[in-house]
Design a protein around this ligand. Structure first.
Ligand code: COA
Length: 454
């Protein structure tokens, strides 16, 4: 796994095909790298002397110092040539951004790359046809920062077979304040695939949840075996795309892979302890809960709300997905009644009403989270009500001390989103609908069951 260290923590990086022209992919990669990476950067371009203030070299062979990682962003026709030069230079790891391989029927070209990996044995390749790696201190994404925000550091690591799907999700995560540890786009995975990356992330201390966008798996048995082991200690959530006949065809022309049937994948995920996301929304919803919250040890939850209707929708969702809303212990009900107004409801869902204050939330959540009948809480905090102040963010964050999972539904526009971002940064997963907040709790319950499996 040492070679993967060179992918994620290189000391020096060459950008082969670094462009002099703003707006081109090879320019943006160099720019993003320059402002994120602390090691040495070598732009490689036979037609340039200097790019973005960095000395450029005609070839990697002209660089005297060692190069750990080469990012290849030249047209597909010359990729093999520059890789061969890289091998001569003793570069061990390559990320190939270039498209133009098996996804367009250029199978021979891809086969040549594969052969190079096998025969030289000392090199490893990520891609081709990928976005590469993103982490806070190694940003090789070819989207300008002004157009695609970068997320804060966090605990989700994301493996994606589609560069676009993955990077747009990064933008959404950034906008919502959800933290990412590592992002890896694998493209056509001529060499490095999701299995090796899962093994690497299994041991990675800054990864608490592995999220995967998958179109195909080459070695199904090894994938299941690996995931089965990893999910015993770390959750994996996976969204399989290419499930319909037409979708399978689309996969072939996207990454040149064979997609396989939806039922087989679902069954395999189940066997491997992988949480299956059924939509692009779910992969994100589930990953942030799994990365930041403890599991739900049984199916008993409480709903705490300042909006009656939202509480009802949360309740219906919970029942429909197999969760229960038990009555609280008598002592809890008594304690709640001692400070809640007479028009509040102490039945589960607990409605602390539209004039709820931060203090009311704080006392209610403490009682509910200490209640023996309750294993987790879906808290609906509609921030628009006039009585609620910004301290609600701290109250919700402090709920972590009770060791039970909490998900929050907080719906609305700018004012609300600003507070939601703060919550996400503090590790509290927030959802714009009660259904999504409850389903995230359900997934924490599912993962709890997976952990109990022998
Ligand atoms: N070594 C290094 N650089 C070289 C070179 C060589 N042997 N030969 C040419 N270059 C330089 C070019 O001069 C150019 O720099 P310039 O703009 O300063 O002149 C630069 O490398 C790029 O070459 P160019 O021919 O202009 O290619 P391009 O930028 O139009 O396209 C790719 C290159 C890789 C971006 C394009 O082929 C491609 O694959 N695009 C799709 C990428 C993609 O979507 N990936 C998957 C995402 S999921």
């Amino acid at each position: 796994m040492l070679f993967l260290e060179k992918f994620f923590n290189p000391k020096s990086v060459a950008v082969v095909g670094a462009s002099r022209t703003p707006g081109k992919i090879g320019y943006t990669i160099l720019e993003n790298l320059k402002y994120s990476f602390n090691g040495k950067i070598y732009p490689i371009n036979p037609n340039a002397i200097e790019i973005l203030g960095l000395k450029a070299y005609p070839s990697v062979l002209d660089v005297e110092e060692p190069i750990d990682h080469a990012i290849i962003v030249v047209p597909a026709e010359i990729v093999l040539k520059v890789i061969k030069e890289g091998i001569k230079k003793k570069i061990k790891v390559f990320t190939i951004i270039s498209s133009g391989f098996s996804e367009i029927g250029e199978k021979e070209r891809e086969l040549e790359l594969k052969k190079l990996c096998k025969t030289s044995r000392k090199i490893r390749i990520l891609g081709p046809n990928c976005i590469g790696v993103y982490k806070k201190d190694l940003d090789m994404i070819f989207f300008p920062k002004k157009r695609l925000k970068r997320p804060p550091e966090g605990f989700i690591s994301f493996i994606t077979q589609s560069g676009a799907f993955g990077s747009i999700l990064l933008d959404i995560m950034a906008n919502e304040g959800v933290g990412v540890s590592k992002f890896i786009s694998i493209g056509n995975k001529v060499d490095i695939d999701e299995i090796e990356l899962i093994k690497y992330l299994e041991k990675d201390l800054s990864t608490r949840c592995i999220a995967i966008y998958l179109e195909s798996v080459k070695d199904g048995l090894e994938f299941i075996k690996t995931a089965k082991r990893v999910t015993k200690t770390k959750p994996i959530v996976c969204f399989k795309a290419g499930k319909t006949e037409k979708g399978v065809e689309a996969v072939a022309s996207h990454t040149g892979a064979l997609a396989g049937s939806a039922q087989i994948y679902s069954a395999a995920f189940k066997q491997a302890g992988i949480i299956e996301a059924k939509s692009s929304e779910e992969i994100f919803d589930y990953a942030k809960a799994l990365a930041n919250q403890p599991v739900l040890k049984d199916n008993k939850i409480a709903v705490v709300t300042d909006g009656g209707g939202f509480g009802i929708v949360a309740t219906d969702t919970a029942i429909n997905c197999g969760l229960e809303l038990p009555s609280l212990e008598n002592s809890s009900i008594k304690a709640l009644k001692s400070f809640l107004p007479p028009y509040a409801s102490t039945k589960n869902p607990i409605d602390i009403t539209g004039d709820a204050t931060v203090e009311r939330y704080q006392k209610t959540l403490e009682i509910v989270l200490k209640d023996k009948n309750v294993s987790g809480v879906a808290c609906i905090a509609l921030m628009q009500i006039p009585t609620l102040t910004d301290e609600i963010v701290d109250v919700l964050k402090d709920c972590k001390v009770f060791g039970k999972p909490i998900t929050v539904c907080s719906a609305g526009s700018d004012y609300v989103l600003e507070r939601n971002r703060k919550l996400e940064r503090l590790g509290i997963p927030v959802y714009p609908t009660p259904e999504r907040a409850v389903k995230a709790l359900k997934v924490l319950y599912e993962y709890g069951k997976i952990l109990k499996r022998k």
